[in-house]
Design a protein around this ligand. Structure first.
Ligand code: ADP
Ligand code: MG
Length: 696
């Protein structure tokens, strides 16, 4: 690559690169690549180690396994391209003859007629795929490939060849050229990392060079595992940038004025009167932290997390009462109607004589009811408000909203907050997480929230006997269910939700089959069936019948997983338990054992018994969550791509948990001490994109 004399900052737009037409620029833009830094931080998805590229002359099938088939990587020049059509199925066949000077090999592609038009003799191609015996000797069948340009530009004398994903109209090879050009013209930025983070790391540009054009003596295993010092530099940059954003947002929040909620001995007495039992030590600690926030004059932004059954709801009610008993309004946002109704019923009971101040607001309410609810909220008559996302619709006007609690649904908190901001409201904010979240993830996901943790269960809670049974032993589960039902208790049966396009479904028992089984096994027992395809009010009515005890058996998909409280239920059977995440199973298990009866949790499964065994061994939700996270990774852990988790190129939230902690500390210190000039420059260039100014 040609070195340019005048070096450009990494924040320069990619438009400065040569050979970037409108279509390619558009492809980059769509992939979120705007600057040289973006382009260079997007690493190759793979490196081909030329040490492992086989020369064509050396190929023979003898070295491969019994089926005579193995995956090989080859590199050569296209000598000939032939296009034909198979006689029987009228299928396009493209044959390419590859030549590397030591021998030749036929590559065969099916149904990709455009290849015949686009591949040109002289083009160098890197191909990997299964080597098989074809009609005319050895061939590579339907290989994956990369085009490396014309023979004249031999740049593949390097050992490691980086491969880039195609981005829309932008092929991997062109991308590599752009990267090379960017590396040649980018200047080393001033060091912006605090010395304690930077001390063992290579500078940024050499690190980027090492990752886009690895030196021949690099260790392929470390490159593949992304653990080279160069990766360390990028991961640290990413995590420090993220941390700095979090800390700056936090500092911004600290500077914001929040409504001061008054306390008094009299109020404390009133709150105490609401409590049906003594708070656990953890609940007391969490509540104290909340009170400190509410009386501090700052805006509270707190995550309340705790194991299933640790009593988050009671803490939430106390926080609401702080506000509502002193003339303000507090709203609890529940993820589903079932849960909103349950919270409302709970609060009604606890509030006793003051329940007149309680108001529920749900999506599908009758028009008259809704109008009255909105009126009560706007007039301030309603001070304890419980609802679903309907709470944040435009028509809702609050008299004096001081506190919002988001239950079980951290993912959507951000949007709701924006909706409120649009109304000019900046209430205190408490997020309750459904399941325990490992610390590293909590830091990444809720970085700018303060945390309160309920790490203690209310006294007298009996451990839930948990068992893993093969389907062959399912009869034991049904006997137990029968016994509990006969003793007047209730039972849950959970079936996995099965996507009809899932190819493995043939082997799974779906909810219909389970319903038939249960009806036959427990004739005359009142049963309700709930699943995600039901209309909201139908679902709520069915759940309500079970909660009220009118139905004794509930067959459900995971729609019941969060929060539902049915004290009469003492047993749960989960079919095909391997289809669930560990945290999800733990959350499901938390639906039983909420009353006084001894409870059981039975998982039916014929596979993954080692993973599921974790649930049998421990009831500690934090340990289960950590294991779940290690096994499935952060994206899966939250069950969705839109979980709000930050996306990193080189950093890995699990592997780099300790590094993230160091970055957080360093960023907090940097903000406290005042940013260095390099950090301020960096912020000027990158800050807007990180939405650092955004109020959280
Ligand atoms: P979660 O944290 O899973 O949301 P809940 O708030 O639903 O837990 O509480 C679980 C159960 O424990 C409820 O039945 C609740 O009434 C009860 N509970 C909560 N706090 C206490 C306490 N301090 N002492 C006894 N029982 C409690
Ligand atoms: Mg709860």
């Amino acid at each position: 690559m040609k070195e340019r004399l005048l070096k450009l900052p990494l924040a320069s737009k990619v438009g400065v690169l040569r050979g970037l037409g409108p279509a390619r620029a558009e492809a980059l833009r769509e992939a979120g690549i705007h600057t040289l830094r973006d382009l260079l931080f997007a690493l190759p998805f793979r490196y081909v180690d030329r040490g492992s590229v086989l020369s064509l002359g050396s190929l023979d099938l003898a070295g491969f396994d019994g089926a005579g088939q193995g995956i090989v990587t080859v590199l050569g020049a296209v000598r000939e391209v032939r296009q034909s059509t198979s006689r029987v199925q009228r299928m396009a066949i493209t044959e390419v003859l590859l030549d590397d000077g030591t021998g030749t090999l036929r590559l065969v592609f099916f149904n990709q007629p455009y290849l015949g038009r686009s591949l040109r003799p002289g083009e160098r191609m890197l191909a990997f795929g299964p080597l098989v015996h074809g009609r005319a000797g050895l061939e590579l069948r339907s290989p994956q490939f990369e085009l490396l340009g014309r023979e004249a530009e031999a740049s593949w004398v390097r050992r490691f060849l980086p491969l880039y994903r195609k981005l829309g109209a932008l092929g991997g090879r062109v991308r590599q050229h752009l990267v090379e050009e960017a590396l040649a013209c980018a200047g080393e930025p001033p060091e912006w990392l605090p010395p304690e983070l930077a001390k063992d790391l290579p500078p940024l540009l050499p690190a980027l060079k090492a990752l886009h054009a690895p030196a021949d003596e690099d260790d392929p295993a470390r490159l593949e595992a992304r653990t080279t010092p160069a990766h360390g530099r990028l991961a640290t940059e990413e995590l420090f940038a993220f941390s700095l954003g979090v800390e700056l947002r936090r500092a911004g929040r600290m500077a914001r004025k929040g409504s001061v909620v008054p306390t008094s001995p009299e109020l404390r007495e009133r709150l105490k009167a609401l409590l049906p039992f003594h708070l656990t030590g953890a609940q007391r600690r969490a509540f104290k932290e909340i009170v400190e926030d509410l009386t501090s004059g700052r805006v509270m932004h707190r995550l309340l997390q705790g194991d299933v059954g640790s009593g988050k709801t009671l803490v939430a009610l106390l926080a609401m009462a702080m506000v509502s008993e002193t003339g303000g309004q507090a709203a609890l946002l529940a993820p589903t109607e079932v849960l909103a109704r349950q919270h409302a019923a709970n609060f009604e009971r606890l509030l006793g004589g003051r329940a007149g101040a309680l108001q529920c607001l749900l999506g599908p309410m009758k028009a008259v009811e809704k109008r009255e609810a909105l009126r009560r909220i706007a007039s301030g008559e309603a001070r304890y408000i419980v609802g679903t996302h309907a709470l944040f619709q435009e028509a809702v006007q609050f008299a004096k909203l001081q506190l919002v609690i988001v239950d079980e649904q951290h993912r959507f908190g951000v949007k709701q907050r924006e909706a409120l901001k649009a109304k000019g409201l900046d209430p205190h904010w408490l997020v309750m997480s459904a399941t325990p979240i490992p610390r590293s993830l909590a830091l990444a996901l809720f970085g700018d929230l303060d945390q309160s943790v309920l790490d203690e269960l209310p006294p007298g809670r009996q451990p839930i006997a948990s068992k893993l049974l093969a389907h062959g032993a399912a009869e034991r589960a049904w006997e137990l269910v029968g016994r509990e039902l006969a003793a007047g208790r209730q039972a849950f049966v959970v079936s996995p939700a099965i996507d009809p396009t899932d190819e493995t479904k043939v082997r799974l028992r779906d909810i219909q089959a389970m319903e038939a089984l249960l009806r036959q096994r427990f004739p005359g027992v009142e049963m309700e069936v709930v699943h995600g395809r039901l209309k909201a009010d139908d679902m709520a009515a069915r759940m309500a019948r079970f909660v009220a005890g009118d139905a004794r058996l509930l067959l459900a998909t995971t729609v019941i997983e969060v929060g539902v409280d049915v004290p009469g239920a003492s047993v749960m059977v989960v079919d095909h338990a391997e289809r669930f995440g560990l945290s999800q199973l733990h959350q499901l298990r938390g639906r039983v054992g909420r009353g006084t009866a001894k409870s059981c949790f039975l998982m039916l499964s014929d596979s993954e018994s080692e993973r599921l065994q974790v649930l049998v061994e421990t009831q500690d939700g934090f340990r289960i969550a950590q294991r779940d996270l290690e096994l499935r990774g952060p994206g899966e852990f939250f069950g969705t791509r839109q979980s709000g988790l930050p996306q990193f190129q080189a950093a890995d939230l699990i592997r780099d948990a300790a590094l993230l902690r160091r970055c957080r500390e360093a960023a907090a210190e940097a903000v406290r001490a005042g940013l260095s000039e390099a950090q301020q420059d960096w912020l000027g260039q990158e800050g807007q994109r990180l939405r650092i100014a955004e109020v959280s």
